[in-house]
Design a protein around this ligand. Structure first.
Ligand code: PRX
Length: 693
């Protein structure tokens, strides 16, 4: 019997849900788009405001032909997001003793937890440290850290004093970190000595040092670099001065005999520049655990998060305090149907938007208990994820299709070693999920009892924009289903005409929701050009989309020069500019190529300079170069020798043709604009010599 096409929510799931029927969703949705100020105004009332929102609640212009693009929600209202996610929970909601995070380290057994009251103290203490270092409201602070509780502490401490955090994923290279520090003129960097990813030691401080050196070469010097002792935490923290410190608890319980500690003995001495570097643990010793928040306008900038841009230069996506706060809190509550006894686990790294919105701000705003996992899905063994689910009785689990596909490869047995009986809702994010992976997640992981929420959104959207609601939406494997409250999608054709009913085209949005980005840091024009220029009056996602006869939305993938590797967006231009830095390479073209686990991977074509030879050693050097320039996620899977590239007469590389060549698909479509068709044959022939990773 074939699998059903539609999976309605089970009656017992609907009965317990905040939104228990599709009719209820429709009713709330109608109100949210017809009367956004009223809808979001009621939600805003649940938060703490020094100065409550007044009219106009929302003010915006989406049409470039009418003037500057701007989006303002609750401008003039005054609040603090850190106060709302911590103090309000501790003092008003009396959740001080509730666990905010269970921290699970890279090694099993290396774990700790922190309550809301403890987290508040640590955040206040570190906020005072930042103030002592001269960080003020509006200053940018770069954070480059592993998945540790202190990463959350650092970001919330910035939010508490009105500083703008700019978190750079700890898998990015020194070059990428430097570029981001320079773009946002950060005054301070927070990092750690290092961490383990599985067996591999990542010497983060060395990479950070390299980044700061590069900044200095470009005439930019950061004032200070605060370094967390994470690898060698034992001697740093267990000095008797911090008995309440979670890391101390953790180490006192777990130091003996675990692999990580054995590995730690081999950890190199942390490099140190006394005029810049400061130890985290030394600074906090002297700092008070009370800290008055900086009261901020709802439209003040909360954070910058860089995302790939099609020109190759990353864009600093800016989110503001008030709108982001109410939207991440609301999406978290409804999409994961959050209830107070849930244990929630989002596997994303905080260095990405998912970790900002659904590991930090959204769950904390709801007073939720989350798992914060430092490690890898299959380390030290292929059952690690399921073991963690049982260990903490995880009820809501949120991960990426790439992780599901990876785990699927090992079959059902490793999953079934653990009961997973606590699971209630499963979520996915980051890329289209293929129906096969969806069904495996549903049938094997969730044993047909857990609804799947396939959440479509972007760094730019701040939170979920297309998503099922577990008690209300009948799901279809591979579809992100319907819009969340306040979100009005449309599908346009190339001429910008809105298509009704069953259709396929550009996915755009017609009006803002509270967490839509406000600008590109330092470059508002780029914001307008990238998202609003192509179709005036609409926010353009850059994704293709199909709407089926039942009105379900299906994301078909990027339609710009971006690709999605393991749920992470990369720009082909960024990879190409790294490749052409090699002295042997005259020209390069990178395209996306299907990959069974990563979803998409990089397939690169390189044209060599005269006299240079295409060898295995060269492709190794090129891969290393891309890794160093961008980071390991951007490592090309394929590099092909391309003595000539398919170009139009005006010199534009036809990537569409290259994607076909990579797949060995000879149905090239219309190639009449090609300047020289002779290159095609050669490219197909060379395909066979491709050196694979
Ligand atoms: O192409 C879409 C894809 O990921 C892009 C956004 O990437 P990023 O800004 O890095 O944020 C990822 C986490 C929110 C989108 O433009 N994408 C994200 N979620 C989905 C998706 N594609 C299909 N289905 C999804 N659920």
């Amino acid at each position: 019997m074939s699998a059903p096409d539609v999976f309605p929510p089970a009656p017992e799931v609907s009965a317990a849900a905040h939104i228990s029927s599709f009719e209820k969703y429709q009713e709330m949705y109608e109100k949210s788009v017809r009367e956004p100020s009223e809808f979001w105004g009621e939600i805003a009332n649940e938060f703490y405001w020094r100065v409550p929102p007044a009219q106009p609640f929302l003010n915006y212009n989406f049409d470039v032909t009418k003037g500057k693009i701007f989006i303002e929600w609750m401008k003039g209202a005054v609040t603090n997001i850190c106060y709302n996610v911590l103090d309000r929970n501790v003092h008003e909601k009396k959740l001080g003793d509730k666990v905010a995070f269970y921290w699970e380290g890279n090694e099993p057994g290396d774990s700790t937890s922190i309550t809301y009251a403890e987290l508040l103290k640590k955040v206040c203490q570190f906020a005072n440290v930042l103030r002592d270092q001269g960080v003020k409201k509006g200053d940018r602070v770069s954070i480059y850290m592993p998945m540790v509780i202190e990463l959350v502490v650092a970001m919330l401490a910035c939010a508490r004093i009105g500083a703008i955090h700019s978190i750079v994923f700890a898998g990015f290279s020194a070059e990428s970190l430097c570029e981001r520090i320079l773009d946002s003129h950060c005054t301070l960097l927070i990092t750690a000595d290092g961490f383990f990813r599985g067996d591999k030691l990542i010497n983060l401080k060395l990479i950070a040092d390299e980044a700061l050196k590069k900044c200095t070469e470009k005439n930019y010097s950061l004032k200070k670099c605060i370094v967390l002792k994470h690898l060698a935490r034992d001697d740093a923290i267990c000095d008797g001065s911090s008995k309440t410190s979670p890391p101390c608890k953790r180490l006192c319980q777990n130091v003996q005999g675990n692999k990580q500690n054995r590995a730690r003995q081999a950890v190199p001495q942390t490099t140190w520049n006394p005029s810049v570097d400061l130890w985290w643990h030394e600074l906090v010793k002297k700092a008070s655990m009370e800290c008055e928040p900086e009261w901020c306008d709802a439209e003040d900038e909360l954070f910058i998060l860089y995302t790939s841009g099609s020109t190759g230069k990353p864009k600093g996506v800016v989110h503001s305090v008030g709108g982001y706060m109410i939207f991440t809190a609301t999406t978290f509550k409804y999409v994961f149907d959050y209830h107070q006894d849930d244990v929630y686990w989002c596997t994303a790294d905080i260095g990405w938007i998912t970790g900002h919105s659904y590991l930090t701000y959204g769950p904390l705003a709801n007073g939720a208990t989350s798992v914060l996992f430092e490690g890898l899905p299959i380390y030290p063994d292929i059952s690690r994820m399921w073991q963690i689910i049982d260990k903490y009785n995880v009820s809501k689990f949120y991960t990426a299709p790439t992780a599901i596909r990876l785990l699927m490869k090992y079959g059902e047995e490793p999953v079934k070693r653990y009961s997973r009986k606590s699971l209630k809702i499963l979520g996915t994010v980051g890329e289209p999920i293929n129906p096969e992976a969806w069904l495996w997640y549903y049938n094997v992981v969730g044993e047909k009892r857990c609804p799947i929420v396939d959440t479509f959104w972007q760094t730019e959207t701040g939170g979920h924009v297309l998503t099922p609601l577990p008690g209300a939406t009948a799901t279809k494997p591979g579809s992100a289903t319907f819009p969340f409250f306040g979100v009005v999608p449309a599908i346009l054709n190339e001429s910008g005409e809105e298509l009704e009913g069953e259709a396929e085209g550009y996915l755009v949005f017609k009006q803002p929701w509270p967490a839509l980005m406000r600008t590109v840091y330092g470059n508002h024009e780029r914001f307008e050009m990238t998202y609003f220029k192509k179709f005036p009056g609409f926010y353009v996602t850059g994704d293709g989309c199909r709407r089926d006869k039942d009105g379900y939305y299906w994301i078909t993938g990027r339609i710009d020069d971006m690709l999605n590797v393991s749920g992470h967006l990369l720009s082909t231009a960024e990879v190409e500019s790294a490749l052409v830095e090699h002295s042997s390479v005259a020209e390069a073209a990178a395209v996306s190529h299907p990959h069974p686990v990563k979803g998409e991977c990089l397939y690169c074509f390189v044209t060599l300079r005269d006299g240079h030879e295409f060898t295995k050693s060269l492709t190794d050097q090129l891969k290393k170069l891309v890794r160093e320039k961008i980071g390991p996620i951007a490592t090309p899977d394929y590099i092909q020798n391309a003595p000539g590239l398919p170009k139009t007469r005006s010199g534009k590389i036809m990537r569409r043709v290259l994607r076909k060549i990579a797949k060995n698909d000879r149905e090239l479509g219309d190639v009449s604009t090609l300047a020289d068709t002779a290159v095609l044959q050669q490219l197909f022939e060379n395909r066979c010599q491709t050196i694979q990773s």
